[in-house]
Design a protein. Structure first.
Length: 407
């Protein structure tokens, strides 16, 4: 159809089907859910001139055969507007570009701001985004509010939850590297209160300063780091938290092009849950899937994570990987948080220890052609002292298989 239409109007879409089995949800025996997820995106781009674009995208997300997981977001959101924006300029070419409307926001590795595409009903924002480009420099500045997914209703952004930020990328300061400083700001209007996952609540004024650096070294080594500091207030409590990510790896110039890597992740917790300060790092709006395990039982809050693994390409179109995680709480009196940021388990007295457990993951993806990709994987979290004392202590498993068709 696109071949016979005028060049200034084009259609696109994806249809993804994924079967997954969440085994022993909440680390409870005999508490599992096998289901099928389907997500259809259909989009239209209208570009009457090179510097003016209109984009609209419908989303239909559904869940089938589920028994424990709710027939609701993020698993189901039937026929809704996923994106609808107008753009002046080209953010990849123009010195200045502005995009206004419902849109995806994603920066860096999406550890703090991303669309979370693994979800069946991913995240979008109602936002105004301005992009400025100079020689070796790009700056994205935005004002936004995250959209709440509601099944069988038109989605709307959450009132009283504005989110502002500026994200810069410098590509010429260090050879073969990018330096990305940023500032992200959550500021609730007067009269609105926010609630942290750990239960603290009040008027929120929270700023996140951070920097991400990724690059390549001689002898096929690579490295990456991201560190962020948070300050501000939550009601009468002060906020003081930080998080870090460090990774190094090497790709070998042999068959399969294997890469091995070693990684460490940290995010602070709250030492005194009843005190006057909040030390739990706020992971904001990340694309959290597989950053702290394929099972998604751990997020970037109150965590120590030692990760190692290997990646390879046995065939030109086949990518496989295997990873190992060892998880610990940063503070025994704070909670374990999932990739969504929600509380999984906690011991306010701090008597359950800090060792969460270990996780083994393996997955592979095969690109059959330009349109069709298939994949499968398996993640297993072995519980340790903390989960054994705060839950039923049953290991959690997550097998999946999927197809993704792009048209």
């Amino acid at each position: 159809m696109n071949q016979v239409l005028p060049h200034w109007i084009q259609f696109s879409g994806t249809d993804r089907v994924r079967t997954e089995d969440q085994e022993d949800i909440g680390f409870k025996p005999n508490h599992s859910d096998f289901h099928v997820l389907n997500r259809l995106w259909i989009g239209t781009t209208i570009r009457p001139v090179w510097w003016l674009s209109f984009f609209g995208q419908a989303q239909d997300s559904r869940i089938f055969l589920n028994g424990v997981d709710a027939t609701a977001p993020p698993y189901q959101n039937i026929w809704d507007v996923h994106q609808a924006w107008v753009q002046v300029g080209d953010p990849e070419k123009s010195p200045v570009a502005v995009r206004v409307g419902r849109q995806e926001l994603a920066f860096g590795d999406q550890r703090l701001v991303g669309i979370s595409p693994w979800l069946n009903a991913p995240r979008v924002f109602d936002a105004a985004l301005a992009t400025f480009r100079f020689t070796g420099v790009r700056v994205d500045t935005f004002a936004s509010s995250v959209v709440n997914s509601v099944d069988d209703q038109m989605d709307h952004h959450k009132q009283g939850n504005p989110f502002y930020g500026s994200y810069a990328s410098f590509s010429k300061l260090i050879p073969q590297a990018s330096i990305d400083p940023y500032f992200l700001w959550r500021l609730a209007p007067v009269g609105y209160a926010a609630t942290y996952a750990n239960g603290a609540s009040g008027h929120l004024d929270e700023g996140t300063f951070g920097v991400r650096i990724v690059g390549k070294l001689p002898a096929s080594f690579d490295y990456g780091t991201e560190m962020a500091r948070q300050d501000g207030t939550l009601g009468t409590r002060s906020i003081g938290a930080w998080a870090g990510h460090w990774v190094t790896g090497r790709t070998f110039d042999v068959a399969w092009k294997p890469r091995i890597f070693l990684e460490y992740n940290y995010a602070s917790g709250t030492a005194n849950p009843t005190g006057n300060s909040v030390g739990t790092f706020d992971q904001l709006y990340p694309s959290g899937h597989d950053k702290f395990g394929l099972a998604d039982q751990v997020g970037w809050r109150n965590i120590k994570d030692l990760r190692t693994g290997a990646e390879a390409k046995p065939l030109r179109k086949l990518t496989i990987s295997a990873t190992f995680h060892d998880f610990w709480l940063a503070d025994a009196r704070d909670a374990l948080y999932a990739s969504t940021g929600a509380v999984v388990a906690k011991s306010l007295a701090g008597t359950a220890g800090t060792h969460i457990g270990e996780e083994l993951d393996a997955q592979g993806f095969y690109q059959i052609n330009k349109a069709l990709q298939v994949g499968a994987g398996y993640g297993h979290l072995f519980t340790a002292e903390f989960l054994n004392k705060t839950t039923k202590g049953k290991d959690y498993s997550y097998p999946f298989a999927m197809t993704n068709y792009t048209f």
